[in-house]
Design a protein around this ligand. Structure first.
Ligand SMILES: Cc1cc2nc3c(=O)[nH]c(=O)nc-3n(C[C@H](O)[C@H](O)[C@H](O)COP(=O)(O)O)c2cc1C
Length: 169
């Protein structure tokens, strides 16, 4: 995928709340403005990368893009699971992410347990892959230190260089 690594940020909005309650795997949802701005070559599926809430630390993340076939959603969503235990919810905060790699397509599963097992496999794969030097260096990208507290102050799309925002929204 030529658009990877893909940098974006947006406010965390409420999803259906199933991630925390049913799966035990909380996810932070992006608004439709961020979802609708995805480049055409970023297909639906499961990605891994780095994420930062507001001006906090940068953590590993996994992200699902699509319609959650297990739940048959009607609206496409971008849901990030930050691989870190947070003390509190962070709805309304600005989430900055860089997607660096693709894991698999979204699938429906026969049971909730099978979906949870698949997501846990994704988390393990992300943890290993992100240790590669080319991925580790993105954790230090200026994009994360320039995180804003207001989505209105966010930069518009810019061209790619390693030290500037590639495609922030
Ligand atoms: C790493 C990851 C992989 C996922 N894979 C799938 C999948 O294959 N099929 C699916 O239907 N949903 C998948 N999901 C989406 C979950 O079903 C979704 O996060 C959950 O329903 C919570 O949604 P909510 O925040 O809107 O409540 C995945 C989520 C994550 C974070």
């Amino acid at each position: 995928m030529k658009s990877l690594p893909y940098f974006c940020r947006g406010e965390v909005i409420r999803g259906f709340g199933r991630g925390s309650k049913e799966l035990g795997i909380p996810t932070a949802n992006f608004p439709h403005s961020v979802v609708d701005n995805l480049p055409a070559d970023i297909s639906t599926g499961i990605y891994y990368g780095w994420a930062c809430v507001a001006n906090g630390d940068v953590h590993k993340m996994v992200m699902s893009i699509g319609w959650n076939p297990y739940y048959k959603n009607t609206k496409k969503s971008m849901e990030t699971h930050v691989i870190h235990t947070f003390k509190e919810d962070f709805y309304g905060e600005i989430l900055s992410v860089v997607m660096v790699g693709y894991i698999r397509p979204e699938r429906s599963y026969d049971s909730l347990e099978a979906l949870i097992a698949a997501i846990n496999n994704d988390i393990e794969e992300a943890k290993v892959n992100l240790e590669l030097p080319e991925h580790l260096k993105l954790r230090e990208d200026n994009f994360f230190t320039s995180a804003s507290t207001s989505s209105s102050a966010l930069p518009s799309t810019t061209e790619s260089t390693s030290q500037t925002i590639i495609n922030g929204h």
